[in-house]
Design a protein around this ligand. Structure first.
Ligand code: TXA
Ligand code: MG
Length: 329
């Protein structure tokens, strides 16, 4: 049985700490999405993460720590840029890829010589990390290829019975996974778009940052079909979505869930029989609620999910990335 523990309760934190020390798994809230955590210093515990998720062993995990001072414990050498990036973005949704320290288990790094590391912006988890005095290896707390959970209930939906406990910290504030920045090479590279944009990073570093079209590491961020509801997702422009839907019979419309944000589409959909859900046109709010909405619509009595194509400017790059993987075949 998986126990649900309130994160703002001291006894709950003590319990979670004991569970982690004993080599079992605890799902934790972060500001981005919920993570599925094990003590990063216990390879046997970390192996259980891959089993619970059904994730291939060569997909590396992020190590979560409670402050930038702890980075040196996990990496071979701390480059200058780390202090600048930490000052600007930690605690927060930025993961740095660095050459790993010798002692860091390759179970954590998926066999790679680098390690991903970040300080999450969640006060209860930061407290837990300082009590543990280790790092927490944690991927998102969803079964492999599914949508990341942004509340404790969604964690239970995919993980109930497979893990010891879930720390419930309420809904995630950011709602989309961290930006992954590889600083293990000369030119920093963004391996996964996220809430912190390329321009924000370039401003802080004062140098150019690359976004490679594809990279070699076999990682979920590089898997085309990922972040998927169990129902097929189609990404459509506002116009195409409106005309296609209104061309269908009412019973056919009723079999489709539509996730949209724009006023024109709202007007065009009025009177249709589709199951509708509206997100904000403000990027922050949209990102906060996207996975929640997809989880909800996945459970609605429909056979398809149609999503209105979001705006195309840089701020929305992470949303585009996740939605195109959601809809990939
Ligand atoms: O916001 C987040 O990043 C959440 C929360 C829980 O921190 N975590 C998360 O973990 O999204 P996960 O495992 O679902 O995605 C992490 C991504 C994967 O694409 C993984 O392959 C990549 O980070 N990654 C981790 N270590 C890496 C490494 N050494 N080299 C390249 N990519 C790495
Ligand atoms: Mg994930």
């Amino acid at each position: 049985i998986t126990e649900v523990l309130a994160i703002d309760d001291e006894q709950s934190l003590d319990k979670a700490l004991a569970v982690l020390r004993s080599g079992e798994l605890v799902a934790i809230p972060t500001e981005t999405v919920y993570g599925l955590a094990a003590d990063a210093n216990q390879p046997d515990a970390v192996r259980k993460i891959f089993a619970a998720k059904g994730r291939p062993a060569d997909h590396p995990l992020i190590v979560h720590v409670d402050s930038v001072d702890k980075v040196e414990r996990w990496v071979a050498q701390v480059p200058e840029c780390v202090a600048k990036l930490a000052d600007a973005f930690w605690p927060g949704p930025l993961t740095l890829i660095l050459p790993k320290a010798n002692h860091v288990s390759t179970v954590v790094t998926g066999g790679h010589s680098t390690v991903g590391i970040r300080v999450p912006n969640q006060s209860g988890v930061l407290k837990l990390l300082s009590m543990l005095d280790s790092g927490l290896a944690a991927p998102s707390a969803n079964p492999y290829k599914r949508i990341s959970p942004t509340n404790a209930e969604q964690v239970m939906y995919g993980m109930d019975g497979k893990i010891a406990a879930v720390l419930d910290g309420g809904p995630c504030e950011v709602g989309l996974e961290s930006t992954i920045l590889d600083v293990s090479t000369d030119v920093p590279r963004i391996l996964r778009a996220g809430p912190i944009t390329k321009s924000q990073i370039e401003t802080v570093l004062g140098c150019e940052v690359h976004i490679p079209q594809s990279h070699n590491v076999a990682v979920p961020g590089n898997v085309k079909a990922h972040y998927q509801p169990s129902k097929p997702v189609q990404l459509l422009s506002s116009e195409l979505l409106a005309t296609t839907l209104t061309g269908l019979s009412r019973s056919a419309q009723n079999d489709i869930a539509v996730l949209y944000y724009s006023e024109p589409l709202q007007m065009a959909l009025e009177g249709s029989a589709a199951v509708k859900m509206k997100l904000s046109s403000d990027k922050q709010l949209y990102g906060q609620n996207l996975y929640y909405a997809l989880h909800q619509l996945d459970q609605a009595d429909v056979s398809q999910i149609w999503v209105e194509l979001p705006p195309t400017d840089e701020l929305w790059l992470d949303v585009h990335d996740r939605l195109s993987r959601s809809s990939a075949k």
